[in-house]
Design a protein around this ligand. Sequence first.
Ligand code: ACM
Ligand code: ZN
Length: 551
Amino acid sequence: MRHLFRILAVALVLIPGVLSAKKVETVINVIPYPQSVTIGKGVFKGAGANFNCDPAIDAQSARIIRDFADKITFVSGRTNSVATPIGLDKAAAEGKMKGFVFLKDGSMGPEEYSIDIKKKTCLVKASAYNGFLYAIQTLKQLTDVAIFSGKVDPSQKFYFPAVSIKDKPRFAYRGMHLDCARHFFSVEEVKKYLDIMATYKLNRLHWHLTEDQGWRIEIKKYPKLTQIGAFRNGTMVGKDFKSNDGIRYGGYYTQDQIRDVVAYASSLGITVIPEIDLPGHMLGALAAYPELGCTGGPYEVWTRWGVSEEVMCPGKEAMFTFLEDVFTELLDLFPSEYIHIGGDECPKTEWEKCPDCQARIKALGIKADSKHTAEQYLQSYVTARVQKFLNDKGRKIIGWDEVLEGELAPGATVMSWRGVDGGIQASALGFDVIMTPNTYCYFDYYQSEDHNQEPLAIGGNLPVEKVYSYEPFEGLNASQQKHILGVQANLWTEYIATNEYLEYMLLPRMCALSEIQWCASKDKNFDRFSASMRAESFKIFDTLGYNYRKF
Ligand code: ACM
Ligand code: ZN
């Protein structure tokens, strides 16, 4: 009954002086908050209820419904049965069907669902896997938090409040980024990250796999990438850029492990978008294959943070061959339509001096103009060549907003990270955009101004309230708004060496992000959100064993 009590408690707070709230009409503790919520009277008892599943539902969806059923009914000592009676939809509509009823409704969008809970029935509708998945995530947040526990308590009854929910996301792209290059996180840790993303209905993991400080993905044609490029000879200590702890550090994912993560994510409705950051941020690869750089090295996997002047050499054809080989193996591992090719923070100092780069500029007839240098246009040439290669294989590129410096070919998607300006500019030019402004979405920033009370972070100040306040359409006209595919937060890990600290930086800010991604702006309300975090989400984190920052 805990949820009913919770609703009553909120009602009593909202209507001071009313001690017995006859008409209970308030909020549910679900994050991200559903689009339409109508609270009814009474509760539905899940334990012992039948599970009725429309035979038209696909096998993958039926499996997660069955898993959910097992959790609810196992504790009541019943064997779950997924019945397939004739005329299920009609019976459910007429209220003749008791228990859980899961129906396929082909008129709904792929991420849309509805839940209608009355005293005797819980009717769930969706058209596709993500819709059923999200319906179940919502149901889990509606009942006792013990549903999140791996341990089964046979006395647990799992009540659900009477409520009618119609729900679908505001944005199709709801991303969270993870930098496994500055610090390495194990497959189990990445899966735990995916689990909490799925709980809050995120659907894209942007996996940052290559960096100056380490190359993290096995490429069979280039074994030195992981033999040499995946390990660094120490790491700078704190903010002392001249220091080195002297401890060899590294790691990488085998192709089998990558496949495992991609499949696991897919079972959670999440697409993994890999990033190979090019042509800058490439010291991991250059240490392994120095012939790909302007100077020929020697290079070292970097032991400090920052932006290295040492980048790949687009004057050399070998660089393109290398990238095409790497992407060929990558495409086999990642079915994602989008592939991230980086493009950020590529200093041009080496290119200005490199005879090969200058010869390429000359051969291409590239000329500096009032807007951009010849070397910036050379980066555009790199982007365009990689883009064409990937387009020919049926994929699309995403690049950090620096890819706008020069010329960008149609069909590219821009990730706006240096504030919102890149997104505003790109959408005005007709490019699709994913908003990841550092002003609201950089979860490596501090969570308060009192840095003494926080673990060492890169800088900034991004408390959960500030994240929550972000409105992605601000400053965009209607035609620009159509180009905003969605929103993502980025979690760079220079100063984040442990999973415990990673989770602390992720939570609760990712929950705030989920409401930006999912809710219509009119449905956002920080007071409701923060009360709900306390009433439900902090308990979910405790039950599942996530570290998080309280607020
Ligand atoms: C970035 O934060 N360098 C994209
Ligand atoms: Zn060069």
